[in-house]
Design a protein around this ligand. Structure first.
Ligand code: NAP
Ligand code: MN
Length: 267
């Protein structure tokens, strides 16, 4: 079993990572920073975002495990006192990515950034946003190669179902169950008056639909992909859709999405 551990850096998370390495050594697990089969994130949901992007090129071959050291998160549902149990499951190979029994898969978002200086492709676990930095973002939004609207406002947020409970929720977007393969487009403070008009409601796009965003003037913009910020000043367009591959999470006990939502936001 090849594994890798990422921790948030606080004392509790660092101690737990140390504890995990000791348990893993007793089982002759091999620490592998290049092609691990299991990646353990110890900390919070933000730590899982880091883990995800560290291994973005190997997503189909990895099962992710989130151990929380604060509040129960959306991506981190193992408790700090369950490490021994987790290692037991790993040693019986129950958590390998091709064993479906304890694996749940969530859709991801794929985006392609076209700049005058080149093209790059990315995947996001939560969302990407495009925002104006010094001025209003003005951008044409196309859905399936047909012009949908001219957007004016602070920005646009396109999220995954599992990311719908993060930034998207603050924007009034819907929370989407991760069994639904879709991406959600939410507006960030759009300008609506007698001259400018946007839809003013979040849109849910199914798999095999795509959305292109064309900024309509040369301006300094900020692209964020999960926790990563990328300033751009030569953007031509961003194209996005549901990604081909999903992310696999190892589940220890059933913890339905709506129960997570309730315990995260209500009581
Ligand atoms: P952060 O500012 O430390 O995180 C913001 C909060 O979002 C943290 O409480 C984090 O949980 C939580 N979170 C992350 N993914 C989530 C999910 N899928 N569902 C519900 N809550 C989630 O930054 P970060 O930890 O690097 O996370 C980056 C994320 O912050 C972005 O992907 C974006 O979704 C979110 N964000 C939200 C807003 C907003 O709501 N106005 C603005 C910017 C960014 P943990 O404490 O467990 O890490
Ligand atoms: Mn965080």
């Amino acid at each position: 079993m090849r594994y890798y551990v990422l921790d948030r850096g606080d004392q509790l998370s660092v101690d737990l990572a140390e504890q995990f390495h000791k348990l893993a050594a007793q089982r002759n697990f091999e620490m592998d920073a290049e092609t691990p089969e299991i990646v353990i994130s110890i900390g919070g949901d933000g730590t899982m975002l880091h883990a995800f992007h560290t291994f973005a090129d190997h997503i189909p071959n990895i099962a992710f495990v989130g151990v929380h050291t604060g509040h129960l998160g959306f991506y981190s549902d193992w408790k700090s006192d369950e490490l021994a149990e987790l290692v037991d499951l790993m040693s019986t190979n129950l958590l390998s990515a091709d064993n479906s029994a304890r694996i749940v898969k969530y859709p991801l978002l794929e985006l392609t950034i076209h700049k005058k200086s080149g093209t790059s492709s990315h995947i996001a676990l939560n969302e990407f946003t495009l925002k104006g930095v010094y001025s209003t973002l003005v951008a044409q939004i196309d859905i399936n190669d047909t012009t949908f609207e001219m957007f004016r406002g602070d920005g646009i947020c396109v999220s995954t179902p599992s990311g719908s409970t993060a930034y998207n929720k603050s924007l009034g977007g819907a929370m989407v169950h991760p069994s639904i393969e879709a991406i959600q487009i939410a507006e960030i403070a759009s300008i609506n008056n007698r001259i400018y008009r946007t839809m003013g409601a979040p849109l849910l796009l199914p798999k095999h639909h795509h959305c292109d965003i064309y900024p309509s003037k040369d301006q300094r913009l900020l692209i964020t992909i999960d926790h990563i910020a990328i300033p751009v000043d030569d953007l031509i367009s961003i194209s996005c859709k549901v990604a081909e591959h999903k992310i696999s999470f190892a589940r220890y006990r059933p913890y339905p999405f709506w129960n997570r939502v309730r315990s995260a936001f209500l009581r």
